[in-house]
Write a protein that binds this ligand. Sequence first.
Ligand SMILES: [Zn+2]
Ligand SMILES: [Zn+2]
Length: 246
Amino acid sequence: MGEGAVISFLHRILEVMLPSSCCYCHSSVGNSRIPHFCASCWSDFTLLHGPFCPTCGRPFESPETLSHSPEHSCLSCRQYPPHFDQALSIGLFEGSLREAVHQFKYRPCQSLGKPLGDWMATGINVLITIDMIMPVPLHVQRLKQRGFNQALLLAHRMSARKGIKLNIDNLARVRPTRPQVELTGEERKKNVAGAFMLRRPGEVENRHIVLVDDVFTTGATMNECAAVLKKAGASQVTALTLARAT
Ligand SMILES: [Zn+2]
Ligand SMILES: [Zn+2]
């Protein structure tokens, strides 16, 4: 057993023996059924309410912005229309939701996928014309490092809760990319350009696809995936994420 494995093993023993505390507020998790979170912090996620851009989901500062023209997209969407038809996020990437995403993705804590996917599924009820759900894929190298694709766990839960077909190995990341969190807006676009392909493009033709990922920041990754889907004939692409960074 290597040094890393020994430390990981001891860490797990300590977790079982010691009363665990909430990773956000550090109080006791009590009888919370959510790993590493007390019930209070878990129920305190900030939901993303309007008004926001009907295309990219960017929150508008003033509630007056949409009052005269409800279909009015933000300046960025009008100047550079994205390939997806609509981007929706359930919450804001802040506070305890931000911590939950970090625990899920970077700790990494695979067991948070189920409750986060459930939270995502209960927050969305407007998508009634979906044909299939697709997770944003990881490159095989990143998958080996993390051990799981966080977007796939969320998509799997969404699919089960909503009874919508899951299409998991069609969209593929064909070259490794740098983590988007390290990059600026322009660099993010270049980083993911040409990084995706469809193994079976015929499956998305004339279909409404929901792409699922954890966080929407500039939308560069979603946009690149949506471009590939639209090129293959998808009729509609909705980009759905747990949280929106502003
Ligand atoms: Zn807490
Ligand atoms: Zn917009």
